[in-house]
Ligand binder design. Sequence first.
Ligand SMILES: NCc1[nH]cc(CCC(=O)O)c1CC(=O)O
Length: 339
Amino acid sequence: MLRKRATRIQAGGCGAAAVSSPSSAGDTIRIGTRGSALALAQTGVVAAAVAKASGSGVEIVTVATEGDHSTESLASLGGTGVFASALREALAGGACDLVVHSLKDLPTAGYPGLRIGAVPRRADARDALCGRDGLTLEALPAGSRIGTGSPRRAAQLRGWRPDLTVVDIRGNVDTRLRKVESGELDAVVLAAAGLTRLGRLDAVTEFFELGRWATAPGQGALALEVREDHSAPFAAMLKTIDHPTTRLAVFAERAVLARLEAGCAAPIGASAVIDGELLFLTATVYAPDGSSSLTSSHALVLEGSAAERAGLPWELGDRVADELLELGAAAIAPLGTAS
Ligand SMILES: NCc1[nH]cc(CCC(=O)O)c1CC(=O)O
């Protein structure tokens, strides 16, 4: 289902090379997005970058997704692709020329005829606690009610604070924050990147460091998905938006998910960073009840031809995932389609 918005962003036109749109409809590049406030905020940033890099007009097309309609818990929806499928269908069907995903919501399995055309620079990959009265996780009184819809966050909360009650919630970022403001919940856990994009960092009472609190593969990063059949100028435009370091890191994180055959709702955290010539990857699989977890870390030297380097994230992700499986990950957490 498509609803067209009247939003149009014209290119600034200050010397940007003219790039023809891949669309047969003319010069305007149509960018598909979900209609949530968070999706529109991040798509607005992408649209401005596309307009500047292409010199074309940009039109934002909102697409309703199953994840927006359903009030089911994310875990029971299965997680994999509830936000992404409708966007991918709109793109494949030609209703738009590129779509903007939160990378962590994009299934690792490809879609026929589509590819990830650009991964912009990543924002803060951490999770953040938004508690009442300035409270941190440690300071919350026993029995406090903490909301999250994510099996990973639920498992982490149970691991750190088994004396708290985890409440399964849905809804957009503002809805979740209001549950704390109204007193219905004592705290919620949200992605720092989303709070940043919505200008709601004021609600944060604690940032969880990645070393003790792993976050979803790809968290904080966006993916610009495109059809494979686009023009060379369109590819050149995508390249100016792509951030190669972010791409290497998030692909390594996603490779763990792919190897474990786990979806975006699986209780798995992964964090990759590049330090000089080394790509580091750490991933953790959590028992849903928080009683145990398994972690694996490895690093690879970034060397070789461009094609060889492009394969390194997968090699590293496979190594970490295989170690997690050897340690018994499949016995502590629901992997595969049951995630
Ligand atoms: N599944 C919802 C979702 N998808 C991306 C983000 C945050 C932004 C990001 O990680 O890029 C969120 C909200 C949240 O987890 O708090």
